[in-house]
Each structure stands twice: as C-alpha cells, then as structure tokens.
Design a protein around this ligand. Structure first.
Ligand SMILES: [Zn+2]
Ligand SMILES: [Zn+2]
Length: 293
C-alpha cells in the first residue's frame, strides 16, 4: 500500500519568503496525501500553488482531488485562486465541509475571488468543484476512512484523521490545545509538568503514524499569545506521547520565527519527548519534505 505525505506549505498566518525561512519554508498551510493513488489535499494556503504546478507537470491532464480545509482563515485558502488544476476542464475537485454553523467552505472560496479581490471569477474556473460528503463528520473515499474533529481556534477549526491499511495520518492545525488542558493553570506555572489534554483529542490522534499539529509557540512566548488560537509545541508533544503517536511534526510555524527560531522550538520539543522516555519522533515540518507511512 502507498501512503505518502508531502508538505507544500508549513507556515502560519502569512507567506514569509526569504533567507531567514528558507529551510522550513515560507508558504502557508498545505499538505498533500497520496493514498493508493487517491489524492487528498489538506488546506489551500500558498503552498497549494506549487502543488498545482507539480500536479500539472506530473499528470499532464485533468486531476481528481479531495480537499479538506481546517477552516477558512486566509492562510488556509489563499492558494486556491492560484491552483492551476482548478482552471483545467475535466478536473474534479471535491471540497468537503462539516455541516455545522454558518461557515460554508465553497461560498468562502468564492468570496475571496470576488472581483474586488481577484481578476478571475470562481464561476470561470474550468474544473468541476463538487461538494464532498462529510455531513456526519466522517466519510470514506476509496477505502480511506476520514473523521473530523472540532478544535479550539477563533471561529472554530477542524482536525481530520485519514486511515487505510492500518496506517493513520492526522492533520490538526490551528488548534489552541493549551486552552483545553485539564491542568491548564498548573501547566502555565510549571512548564515541566505533564500537560493533560482532553480525552476526545487523544482519541482523535491515538496511534497515529504521523500527526501534523499546530505547535507554533515556545513555552516562554505563549503567555503573551493566549487566545490567539495556537498551541505550545511542548503541549503537542505531551499529547502525542499520551496517545502513542509514532511521529509528530510541529507545524504552522510563526511568521515571526526564522529557521533558527523554529529549530529551537523543535529541539526543546524533541528533548521533552526524550526526557519522558517516549519513542515518538518529533520534527519540524519542512516544505518539500515527503514521508512514506
Ligand atoms: Zn492558520
Ligand atoms: Zn486560523
């Protein structure tokens, strides 16, 4: 079985091209999965543009893709108008949305292409843009089981798990896990204390072969950013350890953090896992990195 994961964008908030972000990458959120030939795309940040160019070059024809958006903040949709396969007749793009609340994903993709913001209209896209079925919060595509999980983020966001053939991948970005900790106060005073996350999140990520999770802040920076919707990397590591996750990618890097800033967050997170005696592999998500599960 083939289960490939490739990072096309790892940054949060805004693209940050330049020398200081060259190693981890400057494009905003986008991860592609290829599971036995099924193409699944998590988020459409600016990294989606390069994924589109890659697909066009590789496939030389229409594509079929299943798109899952964590939420509609700009850094998760801004690549969509530049996604070349969306202009190709005969391409089929399935857009999935959890049916809750007012936020309608297709309408919002539409909105960012209104004539005040963009020269091409959504209605002019050549591809068939279809609604995927995620009504009950879970679905299945060619044997891939997908479940969604509601997270803590301003305006709400969703995590998704993808499973097939005994392999499990979880995409959990833009989630302020720290707000949901059972020992939140204690964890803010004593950074060394084990952070106890909610059981529901543990269940969502349990036994994942790879968890890609928002770990934007180091412990010392977080107190000034409480309520901004993002987690401490060390909190994600504790959750990964508790849920028997095999690999944990720290994701959604802060636009204010250079490569060396991300390095120090990742090194601290790796050390935390080591001190806990956990076998989990912790690393920083890097644009262009491909993993085989
Ligand atoms: Zn974001
Ligand atoms: Zn967000």
């Amino acid at each position: 079985m083939e289960f490939l994961v490739r990072f096309w964008g790892t940054r949060g908030s805004i693209p940050t091209p330049g020398h200081a972000t060259k190693r981890f990458g400057g494009n905003t959120s986008c991860v592609a999965l290829t599971i036995d030939g099924v193409l699944i795309i998590c988020d459409g940040g600016s990294g989606l543009r390069e994924l589109g160019l890659h697909l066009t070059e590789q496939q030389k024809g229409p594509i079929e893709a299943h798109m899952f958006f964590s939420h509609m903040h700009w850094d998760h949709i801004q690549g969509f108008p530049f996604f070349v396969p969306a202009y190709s007749k005969d391409s089929k793009l399935y857009v999935y949305e959890v049916s809750k609340g007012e936020q309608r994903i297709k309408e919002m993709l539409h909105g960012q292409m209104s004539s005040d913001y963009f020269p091409v209209q959504f209605s002019d896209l050549g591809a068939q843009i279809l609604s995927g079925n995620l009504e009950s919060g879970s679905t299945s595509i060619d044997g891939v089981t997908i479940k969604s999980f509601e997270q803590h983020h301003p305006g709400r966001s969703y995590a998704y798990s993808f499973e097939k053939g005994g392999k499990k991948f979880v995409y959990a970005t833009d989630n302020e896990l720290d707000l949901t900790l059972l020992n939140r106060e204690e964890s803010l005073c004593n950074h060394a204390t084990l952070r106890r996350g909610p059981a529901a999140f543990s269940d969502c990520i349990r036994d994942a072969d790879l968890l890609v999770a928002d770990g934007q802040y180091p412990d010392d920076e977080y107190p000034a950013k409480i309520g901004w919707g993002h987690a401490r990397a060390n909190t994600v590591v504790d959750a990964a350890i508790a849920a028997n996750v095999k690999q944990c990618a720290i994701y959604h890097h802060d636009p204010m953090h250079s490569d060396s800033g991300v390095d120090s967050i990742v090194i601290a997170a790796q050390r935390r896992a080591e001190l806990a005696g956990s076998p989990v592999t912790v690393f920083g998500a890097r644009e262009g990195m491909t993993l085989k599960l």
